[in-house]
Design a binder for this molecule. Structure first.
Ligand code: F6P
Length: 543
């Protein structure tokens, strides 16, 4: 593979950041705060209802200026404009990248190949709304005339993670009389557990797949069809109990789903950026068309903030640049996402696909091997649970882990003083990580000499605090778009394609070859490596 022409590492801003890093790498946040009493109110962006506090990062004004210069020298502004106007920036798949069109208000237009894509976007949204209302009002009947009460989304990756996350995030806005389940894994347990207490008569399956060929989804969809037919015993039942969300009309029809009950989207919507397309159908049924549209408005608000705000005040741009600062200069490998909001329990899992399938790339747009690190590993759990689990390592371990804290000023279930305790904890964690506790302070507390080092907190652990008013559909949309554009910013600087995913292919192809070897009646001739051959043989013996 050709080596990168070091476009990035040759930039003046990159070199200047290297020198800045040498100066600042040992500076402690304690000193940075002591030398600037206004740091905590100065290094903040207060925009669109988001209070974005980046003061607890290991940066000085010079670092921030240089990071912004890095974005400029990387052509970020032009790259944003090119995405928003629909150019085919996903070059390896020759596709436009227009998830932003999915939340563009009616009346505006985005032209792709002479077609205004905003028009079909709203046509599909309207069709989804009619269908969602029918189900919510009990007007969609199953084959035997029973009202549909259970909705099962079958999909994987982007056709699952967004809908599950948003369903959990906005649960308090959902129609509680309906049951929602999500089946993604090809592991038969997933389907079995999701349906074990359901009846086919009042269950609707939404088969969500951009391609309608994904092995896991189609295996689960066929199992669902057999499950329905086993109890309803008539092929005609499929039309009443299955709808599809896809770009592939031919395959939907081949499966036996009436294409009148297909909700379309387009090849310019990447799987992991698709939750604002018809892939969100289960969400629209769950929390209603109005809340779904409010969520889209939140996305659009953040899209516009990203597109129009100068980089120094641009939340996703700064988020992305700070990530680059730690990954490429401090050699940090991971980024923790810590929502202090129980409803966001699936948010880190959702972000994992968005961030890692996007930016887990080793070659530049031109196909040359990068000579710098790319995509960070995203992980996390809701607070305060994480505090009693892995926070020990963040506080006192040997690794540097930048943290994103996410919190809301208002609870959706106010009970006693739970919320004050919750918020006290998130503020305390950020404070403890940044400032730590010195050996002197530990001694002054009366710790015996042999425990002083154990009880010392070095501090200087960076974090961002994202504080919003309340977890509403609008706020959720803004939060997700913030991360989408953070990913875009990083990809623009790293000069990688955030919108393809060739890395998932090889395993898929090999699995397809192995399936018949596991199922063959006769002992197959195995031509894998000795480990894979032995595993296949052992499985055949055990199964
Ligand atoms: O993991 C690979 C991938 O292509 C994802 O990008 C996508 O979200 C997922 O598979 C599901 O694909 P589909 O919606 O076509 O079933």
């Amino acid at each position: 593979m050709a080596a990168a022409k070091t476009g990035l590492t040759g930039l003046a801003s990159w070199k200047a950041l290297k020198s800045n890093f040498e100066k600042i790498k040992d500076a402690h946040l304690r000193e940075l705060f002591a030398s600037d009493p206004n740091r905590g109110s100065r290094m903040v962006i207060d925009a669109e209802g988001v209070y974005f506090d980046y003061s607890k990062h290991r940066v000085n004004d010079e670092t921030l200026k240089l990071l912004v210069k890095l974005a400029e020298e990387s052509g970020l502004k032009a790259k944003i404009d090119v995405m928003f106007r629909g150019d085919r920036i996903n070059t390896t798949e020759n596709r436009s990248v227009l998830h932003i069109a999915l939340r563009t208000p009616k009346g505006k237009s985005i032209m792709v190949d002479g077609v205004d894509v905003v028009v079909p976007v709203h046509a599909v949204l309207d069709k989804m709304a009619v269908f969602a209302d029918k189900v919510r009002k009990g007007l969609w009947k199953g084959y035997t005339g029973k009202t549909i009460r259970n909705i099962v989304n079958i999909g994987i990756g982007g056709s699952d993670l967004g809908p599950v996350m948003a369903y959990e995030a906005l649960k308090s806005y959902t129609m509680r009389g309906l049951t929602f389940r999500f089946v993604s894994n090809v592991d038969d347990t997933d389907f079995a557990e999701a349906t074990q207490d359901l009846n086919a008569e009042d269950t609707l399956f939404i088969v969500s797949s951009k391609t309608f060929t994904t092995l896991e989804t189609m295996t689960n969809a066929r199992t669902a069809r057999a499950w329905v037919l086993k109890s309803l015993k008539d092929q005609a039942a499929v039309a009443k109990h299955f709808v599809a969300v896809s770009t592939n009309t031919a395959e939907v029809s081949k499966f036996g789903i009436d294409t009148a009950n297909m909700f379309e989207f387009w090849d310019w919507v990447g799987g992991r950026y698709s939750m604002t397309s018809a892939i969100g159908l289960s969400n629209m049924i769950a929390f209603g068309p109005d809340n779904f549209r409010a969520m889209l408005d939140g996305f659009h608000r953040m899209d516009e903030h990203f597109r129009t705000t100068p980089f120094e005040k641009n939340i996703p741009v700064l988020m992305g640049l700070l990530g680059i600062w730690y990954i490429n200069f401090f050699n940090a490998e991971t980024n923790a996402v810590l929502p202090y909001e129980q409803y966001l329990k699936r948010f880190p899992a959702y972000l994992q696909q968005m961030t890692m399938e996007s930016n887990g790339k080793q070659v530049t747009m031109e196909g040359a091997r990068v000579d710098y690190q790319t995509g960070s590993i995203y992980w996390g759990e809701p607070g305060t649970n994480g505090q009693h689990s892995f926070y020990q390592l963040i506080h006192q371990g040997t690794k540097l882990i930048p943290c994103d804290f996410i919190a809301f000023a208002k609870s959706l279930n106010p009970t006693g003083n739970h919320h004050d305790i919750l918020l006290a904890n998130v503020f305390a964690q950020a404070e403890a990580l940044a400032f730590g506790k010195t050996a002197g302070e530990v001694k002054a507390d009366g710790a015996p000499d042999n425990l002083v080092s154990h009880k010392t907190f070095e501090g200087n652990k960076p974090s961002t605090m994202i504080l919003m008013d309340k977890l509403t559909p609008n706020a959720l949309g803004m939060l997700i778009a913030m991360y989408e554009h953070c990913v875009f910013t990083q990809a623009a600087v790293w000069d990688i394609n955030a919108f393809d995913q060739w890395g998932v292919q090889l395993g898929k192809v090999l699995a397809e070859k192995i399936v018949p070897e596991l199922e063959a009646k006769e002992e197959p001739v195995l031509k894998h490596d000795s480990s894979t051959n032995a595993l296949i043989k052992r499985y055949r013996k055990l199964k």
